[in-house]
Design a protein around this ligand. Structure first.
Ligand code: GTP
Ligand code: MG
Length: 197
């Protein structure tokens, strides 16, 4: 699938102000700084569509983008930012869980994981929670350009193994880089396939 157009639509702090449920929706979630906003820019070939930053906690709102006038791509605030207060963390939990509950048009959630690290508890627990709540998700391992392919492959294998403690099958996995655009065509194909069904 080619991205012919990608436009910012709206930012929300409240789930009752989100766009209508009339188009299929795909959202990016994961730890703060994992590269959600950067990957949205890479997928859409637009440098500044989603705001990125070296400082974790940049994305604070639910940001909707409309692609090819056919589907929504959503940039979400990250979890696990160490400097966030307990009340902020609770707020994130409530806000994002509510988003995940009310978006009946959410076809698939992409959980982004930093390919440089061994499996982290916070990511595994989040995937477990998605499984328990029946929220469909795929995995994207980000920042592949930062280390050897071997290291990425090893970390992905360890993550899959850890997931198999809770899941009978591991969801589809992508390796990506916002720098080299590795994985972008495959992610767009996956979205296109879901849109067609
Ligand atoms: P929050 O909005 O804070 O949750 O972060 P985010 O997940 O949206 O991360 P963001 O896209 O803002 O990227 C965080 C930092 O990582 C920025 O400095 C990016 O330039 C960098 N970065 C993101 N993806 C990649 C990548 O694939 N390769 C490299 N080398 N750097 C990346
Ligand atoms: Mg962001």
């Amino acid at each position: 699938m080619n991205v012919k157009s990608a436009e910012f639509l709206c930012s929300n702090t409240r789930t009752d102000k989100l766009p209508e449920l009339n188009l299929p929706e795909y959202a990016f979630i994961g730890r703060s700084n994992v590269g959600k906003s950067s990957l949205i820019n890479a997928l859409t070939n637009k440098k500044n569509l989603a705001k990125t930053s070296q400082t974790p906690g940049k994305t604070q709102l639910i940001n909707h983008f409309i692609i090819n006038n056919e589907w929504y791509l959503v940039d979400l605030p990250g979890y696990g930012y160490a400097k966030t207060s307990r009340s902020n963390r609770d707020e994130w939990e409530k806000f994002i869980r509510k988003y995940l509950r009310v978006r009946e048009n959410l076809q698939c959630l992409f959980v982004l994981i930093d390919s440089r690290h061994e499996p982290q508890k916070i990511d595994l627990e989040f995937c477990q929670w998605l499984g328990e709540n029946g929220i469909p998700f795929l995995l994207i391992f980000t920042k592949a350009d930062k280390q050897s392919n071997l290291r990425s492959t090893q970390n992905i294998a360890k993550f899959k193994k850890a997931l198999l403690e809770w899941f009978e099958e591991v969801p589809e996995v992508f390796l990506s880089s916002a720098e080299t655009h590795l994985g972008c065509p495959e992610i767009l194909i996956a979205i296109n396939d879901i849109n067609k069904n």
